[in-house]
Write a protein that binds this ligand. Structure first.
Ligand code: URA
Length: 432
């Protein structure tokens, strides 16, 4: 090997630097990300570095360079040819979080272009693409040309992010997922914002979840995550705002695939659970403000225009919006064990039960069941009587039921006195 071909850094030295609380230089960060993606830095070394970052963090300069280096490993998209302003939304992931489904067509019906490059579920949180694939015929993969044409004609597209967008994040996220290093503010921020900045949207609204069913369990950590992501977005020229929203209880009345599509269609038809409607409208207002569009999303939702856009969006991707959604071959009902008022529904327990019923996957590439999921028949604050149906479990494979039922043990808590449901919208963050 000649001198020019010698590596500029030694991965072990960089791991030690971070492990001992030092800062990585810009050049070291570029070298690490480029060479991890290129197969020179091994997965073991990156796993050790991820754990060091988990404990030591990244300072503002390191984080900005880390994010830029991840973006530089892939392509950047360009929506500047569109006649409508682009605005995107990203949620850090929750249980029953189907908001993208009604939100994208609603904001498009108000005049924006909404390019929603989405993912699949892994672990206890569901994936938007898995949910939409419950619709017969609907396809997640589009070419860039198809995506641009749909954005111009329909205004909204929800599709799979191509493998060319921040490939470093795909590798790193999969590694973090199996090494206990997901719950890190700098690494979550770089992961989400590298994809969003590479996607080329001009505005972005973040829904940062907080509570038992979220990656960030404490409000202070969630606010710090929101501030960090807003800072990264604004520094990259993307108008970015975050809402910190509650994820102690799951959203709406369903978690799973087809069951969440059905609930989203209810919202588009003017009904649906009040927390889903409230969060959809709050995010829509923020997205429209960021895009500079003066429209009232509540009026557009009530007018049926958002439903028309949903139908056009589903059809444009091969789906039949009128086809019946898959129904599970087996159901099991769990009944309330107490009289009183429903005081809590544990989002994490319901997420795990949903996953165990077959709605999610244990590892990348596993198939999911379109009809699997959990629905609940009362929300926090509702009066309940012993023996009334509380949850219905849906699955095609009944051998999954015992473990799902075990996850739901103690998922509901009761109060003898009235309980007010906790607010969903907690905080708005518009600066770092
Ligand atoms: N979602 C992402 O895309 N990345 C993370 O690190 C966490 C949630």
């Amino acid at each position: 090997m000649n001198a020019a071909a010698q590596p500029a850094f030694d991965a072990v030295d960089l791991i030690r630097t971070k492990r001992d609380g030092g800062a990585l230089t810009d050049e070291a960060i570029d070298w690490l990300i480029r060479n991890y993606t290129g197969g020179v830095v091994s997965a073991e070394q990156m796993a050790a570095l991820a754990m060091a970052i988990f404990f030591r963090g990244l300072d503002a300069r390191e984080l900005s360079r880390w994010t830029a280096a991840m973006i530089a490993t892939g392509e950047r998209m360009d929506f500047s040819s569109l006649s409508r302003p682009t605005v995107d939304k990203h949620s850090t992931g929750g249980v029953g979080d189907k908001i993208t489904l009604p939100l994208a067509p609603l904001v498009a019906a108000c005049g924006a272009a909404v390019p929603q490059l989405s993912g699949r579920g892994l672990g206890h949180t569901g994936g938007t693409l898995d949910k939409l694939e419950a619709i017969p015929g609907w396809r997640a993969s589009l070419t860039t040309a198809e995506m641009l044409a749909q954005l111009e004609e329909v205004g909204a597209v929800i599709c799979a992010a191509g493998s060319g967008l921040a490939p470093a994040d795909k590798m790193l996220y999969a590694l973090r997922d199996v090494t206990g290093t997901v719950e890190s503010i700098p690494m979550i921020s770089a992961s989400i914002m590298s994809k969003k900045i590479a996607e080329g949207t001009s505005a972005l609204v973040l829904d940062v979840k907080t509570g038992a069913g979220a990656f960030m369990k404490s409000r202070a950590d969630s606010v710090a995550l929101a501030q960090t992501m807003v800072g990264l977005g604004q520094a990259a020229g993307v108008t970015t705002v975050a809402l910190v929203t509650a994820m102690d209880s799951p959203l709406g009345r369903s978690a799973g695939n087809a069951v969440e599509v059905a609930e989203s269609v209810e919202v588009l038809a003017g009904g649906g659970p009040s927390d889903v409607v409230e969060l959809t409208l709050a995010l829509a207002r923020e997205m429209l403000a960021c895009a500079g569009i003066d429209a009232d999303p509540a009026r557009v939702l009530a007018s049926g225009q958002a439903m028309d856009t949903w139908r056009a969006m589903i059809r444009a991707q091969g789906g039949d919006p009128d086809a019946p959604l898959p129904v599970a071959r087996h159901t099991e009902v769990v009944r309330a064990s107490s009289d009183g008022y429903l005081a809590g529904l544990d989002a994490m327990a319901i997420g795990v039960a949903t996953w165990r019923l077959g709605a999610g996957r244990a590892k990348q590439g596993d198939p999911v069941q379109a009809a699997a999921g959990v629905t609940w028949h009362a929300g926090v604050g509702d009066p309940v009587r012993t023996g009334q149906p509380l949850f219905t479990l849906h699955t095609d494979t009944p051998e999954r039921l015992p473990r799902a039922l075990a996850a739901l043990q103690g998922a509901a808590s009761y109060s003898p006195t009235p309980v007010a449901p906790a607010p969903v919208l907690l905080e708005r963050i518009d600066s770092a």
